[in-house]
Design a protein around this ligand. Structure first.
Ligand SMILES: [Zn+2]
Length: 103
């Protein structure tokens, strides 16, 4: 599995250092099984996957094999998708959400 971390994700992880361990555990779970650990998002976030870390706190990631299958790479900001191997997971964002923005 090829795994990449966007700078926004790394920054958020530094900001929320208190839950680093929890996040790491989730990252390992996502890498082991990207399609069943998270849930596909809808609407503006179509193509992205989310996985809860704790209540109202989620990891957003892309799995390029899924991008291509659904041709979501045309919609989502998976910029260099075609250059990546299919088995690529990109960790995009990490943060709280209130459930009102469709995530
Ligand atoms: Zn992709």
């Amino acid at each position: 599995m090829n795994v990449t971390f966007e700078s926004a994700f790394v920054k958020a992880l530094q900001k929320h250092a208190s839950i680093k361990k929890l996040v790491k555990k989730k990252i390992d779970m996502i890498i082991a099984s990207p399609l069943t650990t998270g849930e596909p998002l809808k609407g503006n976030f179509r193509g992205f996957y989310s996985c809860p870390v704790k209540r109202n706190f989620i990891i957003i990631y892309l799995y390029c094999e899924a991008c291509r299958k659904k041709r979501d790479d045309a919609i989502v900001k998976c910029s260099d998708c075609e250059k990546m191997p299919g088995s690529t997971i990109k960790f995009v964002l990490l943060g709280p959400h209130d459930g009102t923005d469709g995530i």
